[in-house]
Design a protein. Structure first.
Length: 184
């Protein structure tokens, strides 16, 4: 019974982590190195993540600075960033690439909030799915006679408590991200 509860918590924590990871890719008006996580660069014939061929840092609130470890990588890095269609225009001086983050329009902000809500709904669905699986496992244990009806009822209540806690956590993360996106 405790094992089922632990598995439920693990599954729900995974959903929260996926949500956090997907929300880092949602662009706010601020510079964030995670925006470039999906960029892969052609490094002498093999495709590598940007962070394995350069250092990505935040210059200021609206500027990302990419410093390649090899000067010959400036061109391929610029091409890779442009190919990602991130809405960023790389500016290079031959050694460092600067990415100015343009301010978001009101329409774009609303679109990003919609994207945040979609990510949130995916996380909630995953959490509900984990709850359903846990409840089914507990009912199966009760059918096999491994736990009593009272234990089943208590365990189902515990699963529901854990579910509610994680849903509240998802709502809190979403509220913060929406506020961040809508901030001018």
């Amino acid at each position: 019974m405790d094992e089922v509860l632990e598995l439920a918590k693990d599954g729900m924590e995974e959903a929260i982590e996926r949500l956090r990871k997907s929300l880092t890719k949602v662009r706010t008006g601020r510079a964030n190195p995670a925006m470039l996580d999906g960029v892969r660069v052609d490094n002498y014939g093999s495709m590598m993540p940007l962070n394995q061929v350069s250092t990505v840092s935040v210059g200021d609130a609206r500027l990302l600075v990419v410093k390649p470890w090899d000067r010959n990588m400036v061109g391929p890095i610029e091409k890779a960033i442009n190919a990602q269609n991130l809405g960023l225009n790389p500016q290079s001086d031959g050694t460092v690439i600067r990415l100015a983050i343009p301010p978001l329009t009101e329409e774009r902000r609303k679109g990003l909030v919609k994207q945040v809500k979609e990510n949130t709904e995916e996380a909630k669905v995953a959490i509900r799915g984990t709850r359903r699986e846990s409840n089914e496992e507990l009912k199966e244990l009760e059918k096999k006679g491994k736990i009593s009806e009272d234990d089943l009822k208590k365990a189902l209540e515990k699963v529901q408590e854990v579910h509610d806690k994680f849903i509240a956590q998802v709502d809190e993360i979403t509220k913060k991200k929406e506020a961040e996106v809508m901030e001018v």
